[in-house]
Each structure stands twice: as C-alpha cells, then as structure tokens.
Design a protein around this ligand. Structure first.
Ligand code: IVH
Length: 708
C-alpha cells in the first residue's frame, strides 16, 4: 500500500480524492475487522492510513468529510469490551437554551411539587463538562468496576482503564458498602495539545478535539495506552448507594470530595432563577480560560428529598436541566439542494455547503427543514427571515448547537449571484417517481409510494435496526443498504432479517463465501440476530417506526398494556372510534389523537399489519417491565384522578399511582376501576356514578395506598 506520499505536493482536488479513497479503505478495513477474523491489513498499516488521512485533513481542513475516519473514535476496539448492566440507569439531561427555558424549568418543578412561586427552592449550578460519562462502582471501599454510559442501561466495562486515571481513587475510607460514583472523564486543553504533538512525532493518531481524545483514550483494549494518556475525572452524581451520601446535592458533592474525588469548584448554590442565570454568565465568561471544554451549565434541585419526589421521565430527571451555551454560527456558499426521502415518506431538503468550520467541526451538509422554510415561511404560514427565500448559489448562515444537525439559519441576499433562481420543490418522489403530496395542515410533502418506495423501505429498516430499536450487532445502516438489493438474500421487510439464516441455508450457505465475509462472520451475524429475537415490548413498538410513536411514547404504551398480545387485541378493537378501547388508548397520558390514529391505522391496514404479524411470529416479545407492585392494592387497576387534589399535585399523584403498578387514565370508561375525585369534580364523577365505578376522595385514596 502506498502511504509514503507526503501531503505538501497534493493539489486541493487530489487531496479531496485521496480523502475519499482513504475513507473507503478505512471503512472497509473496519468492516472486515469486525466481521472477519482475518483482516486484510495489519494494525500498523491501518494506523498509517489513519495518520495520512489526519495529515491531509490538517492541511486541507475545508475538505474534511462528514464521514471522516478521524471522527470514528476507537471504531476498531469497540468489539473488545464486555458489557455491564447499570444497577441504576444512567440518565441524560433535558436542555434549556435561553433564560426563559430556565424560568420555565423552575416553574414546572414548583407546579409538580405544588410549591408557591415565592416558596424557597434552591438549585446547584455547575459547569457541564464536555467529556464522556463514567460510572464507578465501589464495594466495601474498593473500586471494583468502571463502565461507560452506553445506551444508559448497558455500558462497556472499562475497569482496567479507569484504574489508570489518577483522579479516580482505587480505594476509599469510610465509604458506604455499595457506592456508585458518576462523573465525566475529560482531557485538559494543555494535555490534549501535548498528546497530539506527541502523536504527530511518533506517527500516532491525531485527535480532532479533547472529547474525542478522552473517549479514544478510555476505550483502549490495552490499558497501558490509557496509562500514557492524561485523563481526568470530575464526580457530579451517583448511582446505587447502600446509604445516602447527604440530604442535599451540595452535601453529597462535598461528601464525594471528602472521599477523594475531584469535584468542580464552580459548583454553587443558587436560591433564585436570577442567581442561577447570573452564575451561568459568570461561568460563560470564564469558559475560555478554564483549560477544559464545557458546553453549558447544569442546574439541579438541591434538596434530595425533593429530587426523589420529582423522579424521572423516561430518559431524563425532572429535577435537573442543562443550560447550553449558544450555538455557533458561520457563513458559507450553498452549492446545491438535495432531497432525501425518510422512512415516513417525508421529502427533506438538505443543503450541500461549501465546507465551513462551525464551532470546531467541519460542516458540509445542513438541514433546510421543508419547502416553506426555503421560501421564507414558518409552519403557520408566517414570514420568517423577512420573507427572504433561499437559492442555490446563495451565501448562507449555518447554525450548529451541540450534537444537533446543523441548519441553514439565514441568507445574505446582497451577495446573491445574478443567475440564482428560486428553488422549485419537487412534486414527485426523486426515488420512486410516485406523486409527492402535501396534506392540508402538514408542513411536509410526502411520497405516496409507501412500501414500493425503496427509500422509505430502506429508511424504515435502518430505523428498525438502530441503537434504540433492535440494535443488532453487525447489522447497521450500511449492511441494511447492502442486503436490501441483494439478489440472493434480500432484506426488504423486518421479518426478512429473522429468516436470513434459514434462507441462506436453503441457498447453499453462500454467505460464508461472500466477499468480506467468512464462516465465522456469518455465524456471528446469525448469533447477533438470534440474540435479539427476545425483545422488550416497548422497543419492538418503537422499532416499527409508526408515525408519531417515539421511544418514550412506545414505552408509555407498553407500560399501559403490559403484554404485546393485550396491546394487539386492544389496538385492533380501537378501530371502533366510539368504543371503549379507543377511549382507553386516548386516555393514556402522553398519547394524543394524532398518535392514536396513526397506531390504529398501522394495525388495521392489511399490508402493514401483515408485515407486523409476520415479524412477531419470529420473535418472543417480552412483557413491559412494570414497577414492582407486589402487595400494592392498586396494581393493574385503572385509576382516574379528577377535581382538585389538595395534598399533592396531579402530576405527583399520577407518578405515585404508576409507581404502585396502577394505570392512570385521563378519561372514565367501562375499564376504569377507581375514580379519585377531589372538590369540583364534574362530568367524570357523574359518568363514574352512572357506570357504578368505585369513587374515593383524596384522603380515601391516601389511606388506600398508605404503606404500599
Ligand atoms: S448530571 C441524572 N452533571 O451531560 C443526571 N451531567 O447531557 C446525570 N454531564 O450524560 C447527569 N457535566 O455525561 C451532570 N455537571 C454535570 C455534567 C453532566 C457533563 C454530561 C453527562 C450526561 C450528559 C447529559
């Protein structure tokens, strides 16, 4: 392999071609490494290709590709770690983008807890560190396990590497018997520069930013490499504990500090929203001199008893929020507008940009949202950008905040080239030529091709195997594209994934002889597919990609119905829009009419229903994990709250009932078991009386659940 050409003599065009060639080679090397036991190139050759790629990227930063191999941190080592199931799920944080969002956060907490606007409610405010989170488990004071966040439930076991981080104590005096400490692994700016200089000298891999360097250093199979990398750790949270650390967030952080952990010095107690915002501005002002990357400020309710009452939504706590620093902006030329067809048929315009660096990342694609956005109108038909439209050739402003997809935010019409023409949005699907229509009230134009549109089918399949859905190792978006058009073993629908091995056996086991595959890699794929046949109900429902049913609503629905068979029966019956099952579905808090209609329609349209049934026959769907409600007097009961509650807020009452295994519904129907009616209860109480449903007042309810 010729890797000896040095970069200086490359022209820009040659460099672009070379980066494309390297991206392809490295991608192939990665696939082979994961799929085969005999990769085509050695580790040294692999590193040398990556180094050459990084050198060209440094000389021509504007050419860095979206799929740049240098962004694929540790891609080659990710198979090597064992998995760890977190004893307590690792949560992420909701975001606030401006002062008003912070004020709303304070208000929503007061509302949930039923606190007056002038009642004392203190928060801690601390920097949001831009690194990667890590959970450390100590038993009897000894560090016994370190795990990355992963998907929040299951992470990677990086214990040997965590032992190499000097900020992480191996042993703690006077710790509770079980102590899980959580925090962020990061690299300082100085250490990052030094590491990259050393890598350049020794021909090692160059890192794009300190976060990638920290991630790549922690996720090394050889912990001696981690030892040579200067990683640091800030503790800011905890998981399982055998005894509480303190009764306040601040007290707990001080306790962690006294156990020997580094905690952030900029953590401060704030008594009002004004104090929170003023501390945010202080931290923002110090951002460039801190010596490490932060991307916002995290506020947390200080009182741990209140944190416990507030609890969690599906993936984020109600008691904390991340106030992000403003997005970064840059101007560049719009080179083209392409249309992508999504899994629901939506035609999405994508801006192809002359590459530009926005907040340290090279951006060459950005979203243009929809056809109205291009014309200069919002979803309500009102003028945006003073009505300026966006044309190919325009000078446009690109906006990027955190990890979200960059977007085209503005246009400078004074720089518009004379020949630029208004963009004409297609009315035919560019993938299958079916009509693309826009229904009234919908901002989006959609391809009407349904299952015959290959773009929709492929996107649906990619969603099906994505991380939060079936997450099949070795079967990602790239492989889906490959199998979709495969003449021997096509995957056209989800069920085809689960018949792949059987079809291959009937086809003389050709998989093992394919280019890039071998007996072992085919065997690995069959095993990875089989492993996912037993799938939790919520995941399956999310994976189906039914419009409007996202991850958290899929879980709400799964929790409500408990089992797939019960759900299937109920959602089929719900097509009678005047019947009890439709009412029951609509009664699920978080399920609105639009979502309910889409669900009912998916389960009543024969082709889609058939495809779901075929799939389910190949699976064992696991019942939704209900909270442990043994001994609960309201387990499995459908409860409706109405009228004014005086001892707790509606939201808290609902969360408590659900924690005891009850289903909380918003409307009274024949399926209701219990109505809890406070003063002022009206039509619901009347309907309950008519249906002969047991009714309690708030005290009666509290007595019923007392001690449960
Ligand atoms: S608290 C249950 N505090 O931000 C709440 N997270 O966007 C747990 N992060 O996954 C998180 N600095 O990796 C918390 N001071 C801080 C943080 C912080 C960085 C990360 C963490 C989390 C992510 C959420």
């Amino acid at each position: 392999m010729s890797n000896s050409i040095s970069t200086p003599e490359l022209t820009e065009n040659e460099a672009r071609e070379e980066l494309a060639r390297l991206a392809e080679l490295l991608q192939r090397a990665n696939t082979l490494y994961h799929a085969e036991d005999a990769p085509e190139i050695s580790d040294a050759e692999y590193d040398s290709l990556k180094r050459r790629n990084a050198e060209i990227e440094i000389r021509f930063p504007q050419l860095k590709r979206q799929d740049s191999p240098s962004e694929q941190v540790g891609a080659r080592v990710s198979v090597g770690f064992s998995k760890v199931t977190h004893a307590v799920r690792m949560m992420s944080l909701g975001n606030a983008f401006d002062d008003e969002d912070v004020a709303d956060f304070d208000k929503s907490i007061r509302k949930y807890l039923g606190l007056a606007s002038d009642a004392r409610l203190a928060f801690t405010a601390e920097p949001k560190i831009d690194g990667l989170s890590l959970s450390l488990r100590y038993e009897n004071g000894q560090l016994i396990q370190a795990a990355t966040r992963g998907d929040g439930e299951v992470g990677e076991n990086v214990t040997a590497n965590a032992r190499m981080v000097s900020d992480i104590p191996q042993q703690i005096e006077n710790a509770p018997e079980i102590l899980e400490v959580r925090g962020e692994v990061y690299m300082s700016h100085e250490d990052f520069e030094r590491l990259n200089a050393r890598q350049a000298e020794t021909g090692g891999k160059l890192f794009a930013n300190p976060r990638n360097a920290a991630a790549g250093s922690l996720r090394q199979l050889d912990s001696e490499i981690t030892r040579s990398r200067p990683l640091r750790f800030f503790a800011y949270a905890w998981g399982e504990l055998s005894a509480p650390l303190a009764d306040s967030q601040m007290g707990a952080i001080e306790q962690l500090n006294s156990f020997g952990f580094s905690t952030n010095e900029l953590t401060q107690l704030c008594e009002t929203t004004q104090e929170m915002l003023s501390h945010y501005r202080d931290i923002e002002a110090q951002r460039s001199t801190l010596g490490y990357d932060i991307d916002g400020v995290v506020y947390k309710v200080n009182d741990l008893a209140l944190q416990a009452r507030l609890g969690f939504r599906s993936t984020t706590p109600r008691w904390a929020i991340a106030h992000k620093f403003p997005a970064e902006l840059a101007w560049t030329r719009l080179e083209a507008i392409d249309i992508q067809v999504g899994r629901t048929g939506a035609l999405s315009p994508v801006a192809r940009l002359h590459p530009v660096t926005v907040g340290g990342v090279v951006v060459s694609n950005a979203t243009l949202h929809n056809e109205d956005y291009i014309v200069g109108r919002d979803s309500k038909g009102e003028t945006i950008r003073d009505g300026k439209d966006i044309r190919v050739g325009d000078w446009v402003q690109v906006y990027r905040a955190g990890d979200v997809i960059p977007k085209v935010a503005d246009v400078d019409v004074s720089k518009r080239p004379g020949e630029a023409k208004p963009y004409v949005f297609p009315t035919k699907c560019p993938e299958c030529q079916s009509d693309a229509i826009r229904e009234e009230g919908d901002a989006v134009r959609r391809c009407t091709g349904g299952l015959i549109c290959p773009a929709q089918a492929v996107e649906k399949l990619k969603h099906f195997v994505s991380r939060k859905a079936f997450d099949i190792e070795g079967l990602g978006a790239k492989q889906i594209e490959m199998f979709y058009d495969d003449p021997d073993l096509p995957i056209k629908a989800p069920v085809d994934i689960f018949t792949l091995q059987q079809r291959d056996a009937a086809n003389l086991n050709k998989m093992a002889n394919r280019k890039g595959w071998g007996a072992q890699s085919a065997g690995n794929l069959w095993a990875a597919i089989d492993e996912k046949r037993a799938i939790p109900f919520g995941r399956l429902l999310f994976a189906l990609g039914i419009r409007h049913t996202g991850e958290s609503s899929a879980n709400l629905i799964a929790n409500h119905y408990g089992s797939w068979s019960e759900f299937e029966r109920a959602v089929t019956a719900a097509s009678d829009l005047s019947g009890p099952e439709w009412e029951d579905l609509l009664g699920i808090d978080g399920v609105g009419e639009v979502m309910a209609r889409a669900l009912v329609s998916a389960f009543s349209q024969s082709a889609e229903r058939e495809s779901i049934d075929d799939l389910v026959r190949q699976l064992q769907v696991k019942d939704a994990k209900r909270p442990d409600s043994s001994g609960s007097p309201v387990a499995e009961k459908t409860v409706v709250f109405t009228g004014t509650l005086e001892k707790m807020t509606r939201a808290e009452a609902k969360a408590r009932a659900e924690a005891l295994g009850a289903k909380v519904s918003g409307s009274v129907s024949k399926k209701t078991d219990l109505l809890v009616a406070g003063p002022g209860a009206g039509s619901k109480a009347k309907k309950a009386a008519e249906l002969g449903i047991e009714t309690l007042d708030e005290d009666g309810w509290l007595q019923l659940i007392e001690g449960a």
